[in-house]
Write a protein that binds this ligand. Structure first.
Ligand code: HEC
Ligand code: HEC
Length: 365
């Protein structure tokens, strides 16, 4: 049943190589584990439950929080952060301080996992997510499926199954290999096909593209990697852009972002989050680390409030709520550039829609 579901999900939603009985590569083993509900404490959740391949690796399950946050394996517990897309996650560099002395890269909104291989223990053992009680239980669950046990011995080492730590490493590395595969980073959106000269953009999309990369507005200062053929639409830096608290998630403490990363713990980093990719953005609502915005248009009006009078949040009709963290807002960058009028907003949104991978284009309106 498990394997059937896996095949079904992957043929519908991902153009992945056909599964063979034995997992030939770490990525293939990782693919199977990504869909494996036995990796959660009560066997109800897999990575794919929250990172649904058919929904650009976000959580499309409706819930009482308008999907701002996800429900954990126990069916009730919720985290405080929005489940991000895993699109292009393999392109995120390891957490480091760059030449300019700025924190860059790392996994999770606060970069607390050094890289993809280090990231998997997070969801596997988090009581808010898959809630496995221990690495010993992980070993038991792996051994229940002889194909997994055989693949780990073959792909890692003959002794790999003997130690809980080496099983965890094998599981994490396999999941990381899968997430680094082309299924997650196909670079085949309309935008990529345009760059390769295969198609032309509409007038509106082209206007949005030129505007996005221009110095008339400021998106390029954070959402541009400067890698023309593999543009991730983030430079992986950290900024506080003054996102309001999401009151419907009922947070008591503000989310301090980067300052909560154990490797950082610096007051000047409070409220900063890693700049997210804009790939597949048109189909991965709600937005921001706390899922507080539902519409791309709202985000455009939100950025406008730094360059003109834009008093109200169009989603609520009320004044914008205060930033969750009022310190450290990147006002120098946010105040650069001209306001976005209606035509600019429409063209930017049309451009952002061209960043949708081919496999998800049917999800656009
Ligand atoms: C209950 C829902 C849920 C499940 C199940 C889940 N995740 Fe996540 N995932 C999240 C949330 C929420 C975050 C953001 C957490 C944060 O930043 O603190 C996240 C973040 C991530 C990130 C970091 C992405 C980035 O841009 O930094 C990766 C990679 C990831 N998850 C992979 C996995 C893998 C692999 C599994 C299975 C072992 C998994 N997730 C299971 C909800 C989930
Ligand atoms: C100072 C850096 C900076 C600038 C300038 C900037 N952004 Fe962002 N952007 C961010 C950060 C950081 C986030 C995530 C904030 C959070 O979750 O708290 C974000 C989030 C977003 C999101 C939501 C992403 C998601 O997955 O939730 C969109 C869409 C977006 N920005 C578009 C733009 C556009 C369009 C522009 C130009 C008009 C722009 N940004 C300018 C840093 C920036």
């Amino acid at each position: 049943m498990r394997i059937r579901t896996l095949l079904l999900v992957s043929t519908i939603s991902l153009t992945l190589p056909a599964l063979s009985a034995a997992f030939e590569t770490k990525a293939k083993l990782g693919e199977a584990l990504f869909f494996e509900t036995s990796l959660s404490g009560d066997r109800t959740q897999a990575c794919a439950t929250c990172h649904m391949p058919a929904a650009a690796f976000t959580d499309a399950r409706p819930n009482r929080f308008d999907r701002a946050v996800s429900i954990g394996a126990d069916g009730t517990t919720v985290g405080r952060r929005h489940t991000p897309t895993l699109s292009y996650v393999g392109e995120i560099p390891a957490f480091h301080v760059n030449d300019a002395g700025l924190h860059t890269g790392g996994l999770f909104y606060d970069g607390r996992a050094h890289d993809l291989s280090a990231q998997a223990d997070g969801p596997l053992f988090s009581p808010l997510e898959m809630a496995l009680p221990s690495a010993e239980v992980l070993v038991d669950r792996i051994k229940e499926v002889p194909l997994y046990a055989e693949a780990i011995t073959r792909l890692f080492s003959r002794e790999a199954l003997a130690q809980p730590d080496s099983v965890l490493t094998a599981v994490a590395e396999s999941l990381a290999s899968f997430q680094r595969s082309v299924a997650f980073s196909p670079y085949d959106a309309k935008y990529d096909r345009f760059l390769r000269g295969e198609i032309v953009l509409t007038k509106l999309e082209e206007h949005g593209r030129l505007l996005f990369f221009s110095t008339l507005i400021n998106c390029h200062s954070c959402h541009k990697l400067d890698h023309p053929s593999r543009e991730t639409f983030t430079d992986f830096s950290y900024h506080n852009i003054g996102i309001p608290q999401n009151l419907s998630v009922n947070l008591i403490q503000p989310d301090l972002g980067l300052a909560e990363n154990p490797a950082v713990q610096d007051k000047q980093q409070e409220g900063k989050f890693r700049v997210p990719t804009l790939r597949n953005i048109a189909i991965t609502a709600p937005y921001m680390h706390n899922g507080v915005f539902q519409e791309l248009e709202t985000i455009m009006h939100f950025y406008n409030k730094y360059v003109m009078q834009a008093p109200n949040n169009p989603e609520t009709g009320l004044p914008w709520d205060d930033p969750e963290v009022t310190e450290n807002i990147s006002l120098d960058l946010l105040r650069q550039g001209q306001p976005l009028d209606e035509y600019r907003i429409n063209s930017l949104i049309a451009f952002l829609e061209t960043l949708t991978d081919k496999q998800f284009e049917h999800l656009l309106d």
